[in-house]
Write a protein that binds this ligand. Structure first.
Ligand SMILES: [Zn+2]
Length: 105
């Protein structure tokens, strides 16, 4: 195991120290619906523009715009802070033992 630094606070993490990986996956949330109002040219223009943009992308490039994964090494204090408030929202600390849930469908 290599010595490394915490990605959040920069603390040196010598070999054998407590360290944590936070892995984040970002992906597009598409509900299979595109809202089109009847008689609205603006919506139709937007859809045609979107389709033109996608035509220029290969599958891998298009996926990179809708799907991303990242991982960060954290020390124990930063891991605990992240676990209590992963989105760093004021007043949203989660008490120990509670499970965090966001808006997912
Ligand atoms: Zn840290």
């Amino acid at each position: 195991m290599n010595s490394q630094h915490c990605c959040k606070c920069g603390k040196y993490l010598p070999e054998g120290s407590a360290r944590y990986i936070v892995s984040i996956r970002l992906f597009a949330d598409f509900d299979d619906n595109i809202e089109i109002s009847e008689g609205s040219e603006g919506d139709q223009d937007s859809i045609e523009y979107l389709l033109q943009c996608l035509e220029g992308f290969d599958d891998k490039e298009a996926e990179s715009y809708t799907n991303d994964e990242m991982a960060f090494l954290l020390c124990r204090p930063c891991r605990n802070r992240f676990g209590r408030n992963p989105l760093n929202k004021p007043g949203c600390d989660i008490k120990s033992g509670e499970r965090h849930t966001g808006i997912l469908h």
